[in-house]
Design a protein around this ligand. Sequence first.
Ligand code: HXC
Length: 528
Amino acid sequence: MATREDKQIKDKLLADLKERQEKIKAMGGRDGVAKQKKRGKLTARERIDRLLDKGTFCETGMFATNRGTALGMDKIQVPADGVVTGYGKIDGRKVYVYAQDFTTVGGSLSEIHAAKICHIMDSAAKVGCPIISINDSGGARIQDGVDALAGYGQIFYRNSIFSGVIPQICAILGPCAGGGVYSPALMDFIFMVKGISYAFITGPQVVKAVMGEEINPEELGGAITAQKKAGVACRSENSEAECLESIRELLGYLPSSNRERPKRVDLGDDPNRIDPTLFDIVPASPNKPYDIHKIIERVFDQEPNGKKNYFELFPIFATNIITCFARLNGWSVGIIAQQPMSKAGCLDIDACDKASRFIRFCDAFNIPIINLVDVPGYLPGTDQEWGGIIRHGAKMLYAYSEATVPKITLTIRKAYGGAYLGMCCKDLGADTVFCWPTTELAVMGPEGAAAVIFRKELEKAEDADALLQEKIQEYRSIFANPYRAAEHLHVDDVIDPAETRPRLIKALEMVIDKMEPRPKKKHGIIPT
Ligand code: HXC
């Protein structure tokens, strides 16, 4: 039985604890929080609460504070040293999380701030669960000097070492500069929100001072710029609520670490469902566009509530190729598909970069890859050649060849030349290759091929146009179909488009547990 004196001491200790906690939870104080709200932003603590399942957040390192004393830092105690760290659950699954608090010293990163982040990164890797960062930071804390830079170094090191081990997802929800954007760049996915997120190495003031260029933050590194122009953000959402919800949705397609495969989710869609109207989406003419989303919507598992059944990454960057997650009979799969509505679905530098990264992510996290191919070739021209299409295109060949997850390729209408290889044919390790009857599969299109092969005859011909048309037809009848390739085993089967869903499911389930040994090496050297 506790004595009265004993109780008084303990009550005092508890009151002291509560007071300290409340002070820290007040973050940058009433004014700082009001400023954050005025900018249309949630606070770090509100963000974590909204991201995680209700009541699951456990904070770590709450009492941490700044160690640096230079330039007046000895006179202040930075609550939680500007970053809220801890763990909780999303849809019942464990995650580690941190959110930088812009209301305290601009969310800037100090030695202790970095140590808190590193601690939860290490924990996430040990446990084998995703890490989610919410970045809202002016970068390295200027007053901390090289200690802050060292902190960034330690984070970058962990971002790299844990790459492909645990999923690393970042939401940039404020003006992020310097190191504040390089850690996200080393993570797997960056989400941003229109109007509040900015990502740049140096802000508009430095750009003006050094380059003499006048540019506003939105144009330099706003959410749309960062996705559409720079290909840095995988999504630019309309609000923080949407952004946090998107992260939760994305996690549903991912395993917790590379030790697992993603959880299978039965949406109740019939694996034998055939769709006689599927073929109507694709025009018979190889040059007419159509929206590949319509095929994805119909083939992959449909949500019972009619909700969108795929999660697209980089929807406004390199729109000629689509990368998204969806489900096939409950299995999480990564889809790589041409979009004939954009640049006729040609492969170009950005498309190759976008696809290569996605392939490597899927491979690292045991997510099978489904390729939906309708590709006329690589985009020609000086922009592409001088920009390095050779090395960017090589990256995609490398990524497909390296990947040992199940790889299934369906050619819908055409696959020409190098781009046929670039979209994962059998020779690059596709486990199964299907074609629709609309498929043209050859070294190049009939027009170009006839002009090259019959150049001499055409030069001598009286009616060159008529001869060219005749030769185009001849070439088309031999090569512009899937059967030549099927005869030579480059294609496993030519299928009725109506049966696409059951055929893909059966092919996937056959190879879901396949093993593909590779030669031992430290690591390969991916073209960059
Ligand atoms: C210390 C910082 C800070 C920083 C912001 N603050 N950034 N304090 N170190 N890096 C403080 C401000 O002094 C201010 O304090 C408060 O945070 C809010 O900042 P504001 O400037 O009022 O906000 P805003 O107008 O929205 O501008 C945000 C900003 C700007 C664009 C991020 O603050 C800025 O340009 N900061 C510096 C960015 C930068 O160059 N960082 C270093 C990068 S180098 P008060 O007390 O007034 O509220 C780096 C090294 C790693 O990161 C490189 C690795 C490759």
